[in-house]
Design a protein around this ligand. Structure first.
Ligand SMILES: C[S@@+](CC[C@H](N)C(=O)[O-])C[C@H]1O[C@@H](n2cnc3c(N)ncnc32)[C@H](O)[C@@H]1O
Length: 226
């Protein structure tokens, strides 16, 4: 599949794994979801007012990066989306432990959240750190970055807002660059290949450490909406 094609909606960028949930994660979901979680439902998401910026991270994993960015930037609201329940539980514990009030979580497919809950031109940043690379060719259709994703991101960003992806999978970096470089609605913040220096606000993530241990170079790609 070429990068600019979009697969049928039934093809998801994740596989729901049962995943072991620890007692602490289970308790966090029972106790803290009501404070920081937002249930998926079609219609514009209701978020607290009074923040300078709204940043969305897709596929937060355990939420380490989301929580670190939110702790360093208390005037911005950070909305994290993840389907993996143990990761959401872990993130709730981190939010509580750090006493943050500028993080909200949605446990649902990010594509459907972008389609149905995020208003037009409402986001300052869309962050996609170490998305599943789906390396086998027959799985490329599962990659979250495709034409439909690019359109959703474009619609959701404010003018001047940025899409920022990071990956340790070189061929996926090229795929993402190919997807965004030719789109006249975006300005490339990187070099001719689409790569830029890691922005100072991006923490190092668990999957990044794993990639680096395997000797993979890490690529950051930032595209601003005109
Ligand atoms: C390789 S992990 C990276 C996690 C984290 N960003 C990091 O760097 O450590 C990719 C994550 O994206 C999540 N994910 C994939 N597709 C998703 C989707 N459509 N909606 C929400 N989460 C998704 C997966 O469940 C997984 O936790």
């Amino acid at each position: 599949m070429a990068a600019n094609e979009s697969p049928p909606r039934s093809i998801k960028s994740f596989v729901q794994r049962a995943g072991r949930i620890t007692p602490a994660q289970k308790r966090a979901l029972e106790t803290h979801w009501r404070s920081w979680g937002i249930d998926f439902r079609p219609g514009p998401v209701e978020l607290p007012a009074g923040f300078d910026a709204l940043n969305l991270e897709i596929g937060i994993g355990n939420g380490d990066a989301l929580v670190e960015m939110a702790a360093r930037d208390p005037r911005s609201l950070y909305l994290g989306i993840e389907v993996h329940l143990p990761g959401v539980g872990r993130c709730l514990n981190l939010i509580e432990a750090q006493g943050l009030d500028n993080v909200r979580l949605i446990r649902h497919d990010a594509i459907e959240v972008l389609e149905q809950m995020i208003g037009p031109a409402s986001l300052d940043r869309v962050l996609l750190f170490f998305p599943d690379p789906w390396p086998k060719k027959r799985h490329h259709k599962r990659r979250i970055v495709n034409r439909h994703f690019r359109d959703l991101v474009c619609g959701a960003l404010k003018p001047g807002g940025e899409f920022h992806a990071a990956t340790d999978w070189q061929e996926y970096a090229e795929w993402i660059a190919a997807e965004f470089l030719g789109d006249a609605r975006f300005v490339n913040r990187g070099d001719a290949e689409g790569y830029c220096a890691t922005p100072a606000y991006r923490p190092r993530t668990r999957f990044e450490r794993r990639g680096l241990a395997l000797g993979h170079p890490v690529r950051d790609l930032v595209f601003a909406k005109k």
